[in-house]
Design a binder for this molecule. Structure first.
Ligand SMILES: Cc1cc2nc3c(=O)[nH]c(=O)nc-3n(C[C@H](O)[C@H](O)[C@H](O)COP(=O)(O)OP(=O)(O)OC[C@H]3O[C@@H](n4cnc5c(N)ncnc54)[C@H](O)[C@@H]3O)c2cc1C
Length: 429
């Protein structure tokens, strides 16, 4: 088993800390680490943004990445928790299957997908990753391995989904896939001149399975919250007769950290202008990789935010408060010196009552990427107050500096403190 000590960060490159990282190859080795450590946290591919998978002692699951079972007739797959969605795609797509729920990145592990209970652009129709999760095996603090499903050890099952690794080390998981007959997607874009217009577009087009919008956070006045809603569906007729090979592409790389002045009011305004004016409502056909994982085409794009890193602030508000709450957040951004470069608005449906730690609540979420500046923490504090007052919550998978209560889950409720990330320490302060 390889063990190394180095500076570690997640995707936002903030915060960073010196960590001892063990990379076990077997379950026995994980057991050794768990029994010898007072505190530790499991880590997948480090693609959460803030401090979730960080601790002075980290166990990386990346070497446990085998597919244990796959039935191409039923679409049930079982794999070790370090298996990456990208690796599974190579096997499942040619057999006519895809994930019911996928986040906007394929280089994440199945363990990470469960621990954050990830969601996609189809939450109203498909819910979170846990909706399709049949069972998993987890190692608890005393080294025992427990099988969990919605009927067996159900409480531990639900505490683990969205539980940020605090309930133990997920070892393997079994989940249901969705049949597909084409690698192509039908896509169309709808422009809206303000936030009301975007909400109306979400309403009007709710029969589309996939929907997510970009919001121009610099627009003001009658254009406050203008944006583009992107809609998509899987092609069902495979009209162009393409094979079901997954269309992997070589990603371009950002080799260096960009200078911190690169993302400024002028460059963001120009970027927003192009995005808004280029959007066309004509239907287009794009392949799955382009549709689901556009950001994966640029390796290390997080370096564009400079060496100080960046913060993604993603919050979700109840439906009745969403319009007013998002307008209030846009108002706070307008008054501040901090400008988000990327922003994604999604609509969310009901969640199962048991999925207590899942991030989405019925309503809307907005994700905002801010370069890390000296003033960003004060803006986050103000946004926290606003989100709290509107009855919302933040997504812990992205969180780096919000107030403890903002995830609306109580870390102390997890009891066993052995699985302890810097996030948990921060939230319990
Ligand atoms: C470009 C980009 C787009 C994204 N889009 C979305 C999106 O659309 N929707 C969404 O929901 N998320 C999204 N995310 C967030 C990402 O999907 C999640 O943070 C995911 O959990 C990362 O998986 P990972 O394997 O890298 O886990 P890590 O980042 O390593 O860990 C994340 C959490 O899972 C825990 N964990 C990991 N493995 C295990 C294990 N085996 N056992 C126990 N706990 C474990 C860690 O302790 C940590 O708390 C996006 C991230 C990026 C960078």
């Amino acid at each position: 088993m390889k063990t190394e000590t180095r500076i570690l960060a997640n995707w936002g490159n903030f915060p960073r800390l010196r960590a001892q990282i063990s990379s076990p190859d077997t379950i026995d080795e994980i057991q050794q680490i768990v029994s010898q450590s007072e505190k530790m946290i499991a880590r997948g591919n480090g693609k959460c943004y803030g401090d979730a998978a960080l601790a002075p002692k980290v166990v990386s699951l990346l070497n446990l990445n085998r597919i244990l079972f796959f039935d191409p007739k039923t679409g049930i797959i079982e794999c070790e928790s370090g298996a990456m969605l990208a690796d599974l795609l190579q096997v499942i797509v040619p057999a006519g299957w895809f994930f019911h729920v996928t986040p906007g990145i394929k280089n994440i592990t199945v363990g990470g997908a469960i621990a954050c209970d990830v969601h996609g652009k189809n939450h109203p129709a498909k819910g979170c990753f846990s909706n399709w999760l049949l069972s998993f095996r987890i190692m608890q603090a005393d080294g025992t391995v427990v099988e969990c499903s919605k009927s067996e050890n159900a409480r531990l099952f639900w505490e683990t989904c969205g539980g940020m690794g605090w309930t133990g080390v997920i070892l393997s998981a079994k989940f249901q896939l969705m049949p597909v007959s084409s690698i192509e997607m039908r896509q169309k874009a709808i422009r809206a001149d303000n936030l009301e217009g975007l909400f109306q577009a979400f309403d009007k087009h709710q029969d589309w399975t996939y929907a997510a919008a970009w919001v121009d956070c610099l627009a003001t006045g009658s254009n406050l919250g203008r944006g583009v809603l992107y809609l998509a569906e899987h092609q069902t007729d495979n009209a162009s007769g393409t094979t079901l090979e997954y269309p992997f592409r070589k990603a371009r790389n950002v080799p260096f950290y960009a200078p911190s002045w690169l993302l400024n009011r002028l460059s963001i305004r120009a970027h927003n202008h192009i995005l808004f004016s280029k959007a066309s409502d004509a239907e287009q056909t794009v392949d799955m990789d382009r549709y689901f994982y556009p950001l994966d085409r640029i390796q290390n794009w997080n370096r564009l935010y400079g060496s100080r890193g960046f913060i993604q602030y993603q919050f979700c508000l109840p439906e009745k408060n969403s319009l007013a709450g998002i307008k209030a957040i846009l108002g706070l951004i307008k008054k501040s010196r901090d400008l988000p470069f990327l922003s994604v608005l999604k609509r969310h449906g009901e969640r199962p009552a048991e999925a207590v730690h899942s991030f989405p609540i019925k309503g809307y979420s907005l994700a905002l990427d801010f370069p890390r500046t000296r003033t960003i923490f004060s803006l986050v504090e103000k946004m926290d107050t606003c989100v709290w007052d509107f009855g919302g919550k933040i997504y812990l998978a992205k969180d780096a500096c919000s107030a403890g209560k903002m995830g609306r889950l109580d870390p102390a409720a997890f009891g066993e403190a052995k699985f302890n990330s810097t996030m948990r320490e921060r939230l319990t302060l």
